[in-house]
Design a protein around this ligand. Structure first.
Ligand code: NAD
Ligand code: A1AUG
Length: 543
């Protein structure tokens, strides 16, 4: 019998390893890459206690070498979605009744497994399956996922300790129950950490889930599942299925026990899902929680007082790390004319140095975009820019998909602050720059604020404190994550809770206590110690 209120270990961000020459981590990673390359794996779906293989195979290939086959995953259909929901609901009674510290232990153990024995394997999978270079893989699939697991456990404790006031004679308590039903975790291709976090933080709070990752992330998703299983996650708590999105939606969003969706992906898909849930609202036993972090059109605004070198570095890293495939990527920049030539010089010098190629050559900074569909979409934006009289291409502009989906880091200079690539999310290595007159700083802030429907991330570069203050105030609704003198990417769990407003999502801040509150159903309990035995008010019977 457990009569103790436990405290979880205080989380500390996982250190990012350097992968310097001859380092043990580099040797381990190279070995894991070679091993993964040397074989083909057969990835099952995980439903309840079963590992399910089907005859419909999804080919898994590195985006930077699409002829190579890493393995195959078994694709399911609507029957597998139904089976996954049944497995989740069957697991619910035992899982939701398990003491919270036992749940915490499982995810803390998963964090340690990932930090230790699985680190190289997981990073190698992300490098091969999603074409992330070693550094980007390390900060995502190792450090950020480890941080999500450890910090969320600490936030879980904070949630559970939150209690109301009680006056004399009674005791008020709040019990944080899991949601009644199952939660659907629908995850994107670009961050292994997000894919691991979306189902796990929900499960941590005592919920059961059906998890459907984006197909290009399956190769690393199966390792996440391997880790959760080794950490002792009971069967049926997280059910991992590979079924195409609309087919899953058809079953999940019509199910009476559907209790919530934890989504990260594009705005268009999220809005379709929201609409479907609204249309089906009469079918559900409870109002489903709808949590979604979506697209962005993230800005860098520079003031005439900005440090030109810091600004150029923020743009190169912010726009081109992971080929611009971060929801937070700097994709539009506003630069005052007094700084432009100097900033351009620094950027072009960096781009001249930057190498593009496969992830297994660690000297490549830029790798491939995720798939042919993304490649074609990005190439179309570039082709149209080439034809436009409002745009000059000052860097890049070339692309080639013969071996891998490679697109050069591309910079478009536009005379029109409303040119299409200043407004729409491209999700690729394309940065559009608008040069403005320094006297128009305030007017340009207004343009930044009203150009796109998104409000995910943004940055101001300035030394002038009045300019920083003005930008912070004028852009108050323009970004959920606002950076001063830094690139708009690279939020760290526990340090910069992440999420955007407007069309960028519900801003429930992944990796924060705010997010975990969405996965509990609070029950207030009032206990009166000496119950009243007389209905009369004290003055009754008087005039
Ligand atoms: N705000 C954030 O925190 C954040 C983080 C990462 C990515 N993103 C966004 O995600 C997008 C890139 O990821 P993506 O290409 O994987 O996104 P996506 O919207 O194409 O896919 C996300 C998930 O939804 C599924 N899906 C697609 N269509 C569906 C449908 N009709 N019904 C049900 N499911 C469906 C996909 O298979 C995938 O699992 C970008 O827009 C990016 O900005 C946002
Ligand atoms: N949290 C990440 C972005 C996630 C979206 O793709 C960042 O802050 O750069």
């Amino acid at each position: 019998m457990n009569n103790t209120i436990f405290k979880v270990p205080t989380p500390v961000n996982e250190p990012v390893l350097s992968y310097g020459k001859g380092s043990p981590e580099k040797i381990a990673l190279k070995k894991a890459l070679a091993e993964a390359r040397s074989k083909q794996i057969d990835v099952p779906m995980y439903i309840g206690s079963e590992q399910i293989h089907t005859n419909n195979k999804i080919k898994l290939s590195p985006p930077h070498d699409h002829q190579h086959i890493l393995g195959y995953a078994s694709e399911g259909d609507a029957s597998h979605v139904e089976k996954a929901i049944e497995a989740a609901l069957a697991a619910r009674p035992a899982w939701s009744a398990l003491s919270w510290e036992q749940r915490a232990s499982i995810f803390l153990k998963a964090a340690d497994l990932l930090a230790g024995p699985y680190r190289a394997k997981m990073n190698a999978a992300t490098m091969l399956g999603q074409s992330k270079n070693a550094y980007q893989a390390e900060i995502d699939s190792a450090c950020e996922l480890i941080d999500f697991l450890r910090f969320n456990v600490a936030f879980m404790e904070q949630v559970y300790t939150g209690q109301p006031e009680s006056v004399r004679g009674l005791w008020n308590r709040v019990e944080y129950r899991p949601l009644e039903g199952f939660v659907f975790a629908l995850t994107p291709f670009n961050f292994t950490a997000i894919a691991g976090n979306l189902p796990s933080c929900v499960a941590m709070m005592g919920n059961v889930t059906v998890w459907k990752p984006a197909y290009p992330q399956i190769y690393s998703a199966q390792i996440i599942m391997e880790i959760f299983r080794e950490a002792g996650l009971p069967d049926g708590v997280i059910n991992l299925i590979y079924v195409d999105g609309p087919t899953v939606g058809e079953v999940v969003f019509k199910h009476p026990d559907f209790a919530g969706i934890h989504f990260t992906g594009s705005t268009k898909v999220f809005q379709t899902i929201w609409k479907t849930i609204g249309e089906n609202i009469h079918l559900y036993k409870s109002y489903p929680r709808i949590v979604g972090e979506t697209g962005g059109k993230d800005f860098v605004m520079a003031h005439e007082s900005a440090d030109a070198k810091a600004l150029a570095t923020g743009l190169v890293r912010g726009a081109f790390e992971y080929q611009g495939q971060k929801c937070s990527a700097a994709s539009r920049a506003y630069i005052p004319s007094n700084l432009w030539e100097e900033v351009k010089g620094y950027i072009l010098a960096d781009l001249k140095e930057i190498k593009m190629g496969g992830t297994e050559d660690f000297s490549n900074f830029v790798n491939a975009v995720i798939d042919e569909k993304a490649f074609d979409k990005i190439a179309t934006y570039i082709d149209n820019a080439k034809k436009s009289d409002k745009v000059t291409i000052i860097a890049g502009g070339n692309y080639d998909k013969s071996k891998g989906y490679f697109i050069e880091p591309t910079i478009l200079l536009t005379s029109d602050p409303m040119y299409i690539t200043m407004c729409e999310e491209i999700f690729g290595p394309v940065l559009t720059i608008y040069v403005y007159e320094p006297a128009d700083f305030e007017k340009t802030l207004e343009i930044v604020n009203t150009t796109s429907p998104y409000a995910l991330t943004g940055a101001i570069f300035a030394k002038d404190r009045y300019a920083i203050d003005l930008a912070t105030k004028k852009l108050v609704d323009a970004a959920g994550n606002f950076y001063i003198n830094d690139k708009p990417t690279g939020a760290v769990v526990g340090q910069q809770p992440f999420g955007g407003a407007r069309a960028s999502g519900t801003n429930d801040k992944a990796g924060s206590i705010l997010n975990l509150f969405r996965w509990v159903q609070a029950r207030t309990i009032k206990e009166t110690f000496v119950s009243p035995t007389d209905y009369k008010y004290p003055f009754l019977g008087e005039e």
